[in-house]
Write a protein that binds this ligand. Sequence first.
Ligand SMILES: Cc1cc2nc3c(=O)[nH]c(=O)nc-3n(C[C@H](O)[C@H](O)[C@H](O)COP(=O)(O)OP(=O)(O)OC[C@H]3O[C@@H](n4cnc5c(N)ncnc54)[C@H](O)[C@@H]3O)c2cc1C
Length: 476
Amino acid sequence: MVTEEIIKQLNSIVGPEHVTNAPDIIAANSQDALKQVFCADAIVFPRTAEEIAAILRLANERKFYVTARGGGVGYTGGAVPVRGGVVLATSRMNRILEINKADLVTVVEPAVKNYDLQQAVEAHGLFYPPDPSSWKDSFIGGNIALNAGGPRCVKYGNTKQFVLGLDFVTPTGEIIKAGTRTPKNATGYHLESLMIGSEGMLGVITRCILRLLPKPETRRTALAIFETAQDACNCVADFTSSGILPVALELLDRISINAIEDFEPSGLPRSAGALLIIEVDGLREAVAREAEIVREMCAKHHAIQFTLAADDAESEAIWEVRRKMSPAVARTGIIKLNHDVVVPRSRIPEMLEFLQALSARSGFLIPTFGHAGDGNLHTNVMLQTNDEETRKRGAATVREVFQKACELGGTISGEHGVGYAKAPFLDLALTGPTIELMKVIKRAMDPNGILNPGKVFETPLAAYEVGFVNSGQACC
Ligand SMILES: Cc1cc2nc3c(=O)[nH]c(=O)nc-3n(C[C@H](O)[C@H](O)[C@H](O)COP(=O)(O)OP(=O)(O)OC[C@H]3O[C@@H](n4cnc5c(N)ncnc54)[C@H](O)[C@@H]3O)c2cc1C
């Protein structure tokens, strides 16, 4: 419980203008993209690592919960204060501190938005590849805490491939400086790696040293339409034989294509089984050759239409189709159970076949799209009514999706994390001793369990309540 006295102590740490329990600000900071509200008692907006350290020391002394928040657009409830307490909103820590072309390094505070960082480094002829589709809203700190991915991760890898060093504050209030600004480092444990994907449970990231690349000279984007989803999936799975690694290899199935056409018509053939968006980048001559290989691969797998963007504007028009995906799919039901399973690339055809059969058997539409090039599929189990029986069947269907992904050698999340939304399913993906070791690390770093409780190993809700049932608390 956050008492008036604790609020006064928080005021003295960050200044009273940066602590609030105003209902509208509490409500805005007590949910994420899952849209399920659990109310915080107060929101605090620190500016420095030292302030965060003081807040966490106070939390240990007075025993209140703290939940770190980035852009608040996570899909698994990670930033939601499910047990109340204080939300530590990082939004004031939003400076790009350095862009260094010679070292191919940038140093940023955690609340820099992914898109803003991309724009800033590109102005220097540099490139930061991880590009979650939420790039205009999500923060680098949140991207690191969830090991975010995005379309370009097929070629470049996800966030963890770009983190060289991190400053973070431990749950007990020590400021740690982990990693270096050099590309090589074999000095001690890689504590910065411990923070990647730690979902805000092991510390609060306050400064990020990130690796950059030279900006590729050019890119070409292609849109290929296939009569059957199997042809498209086979094309994805076969790409390893092509000798090239595209930057992006995105798949949209028939239901997704029709959802887009219903949402904002884009001229896509409604009868198509699936489409692929494929992008290659690099030096101009190499890209011209790679684009030809992409065309050949699509022809080999019976693409019925193939369009190669002539310039950046045409590329953007193709990506615009992909960006409509989330809002378009949301309209195909009243509740969207959106998950981001991942399977080995070679098992994608099997996974898609399974999803089609599951959709027919369960009666739920399951539009599927996503970063197929790295095996990461966004499966959306769509519910048409919000009654308990339907919700239970929906959760059981989601469990089957997760089970199949694990059975094929994949896992339950490729990029969104576990949060509380996937906590009921964790044991499908990880063994008992593995989960136990994670808990040992958590207890060692956070003996009082104050930082981001109710996540990953536990959840405030049964599986069939996640994404539907509100906490029942009003924030005001
Ligand atoms: C339309 C849409 C598209 C999306 N597309 C993608 C996609 O393509 N790829 C992808 O990976 N994800 C995607 N996401 C999911 C999500 O946006 C990302 O996972 C993103 O990384 C979340 O960042 P955030 O700043 O919003 O984090 P938040 O939601 O604020 O927080 C997420 C977790 O990080 C922790 N955290 C936040 N900041 C810190 C910090 N400074 N220190 C320690 N812990 C911290 C929180 O406690 C929480 O556990 C999408 C979401 C939406 C709504």
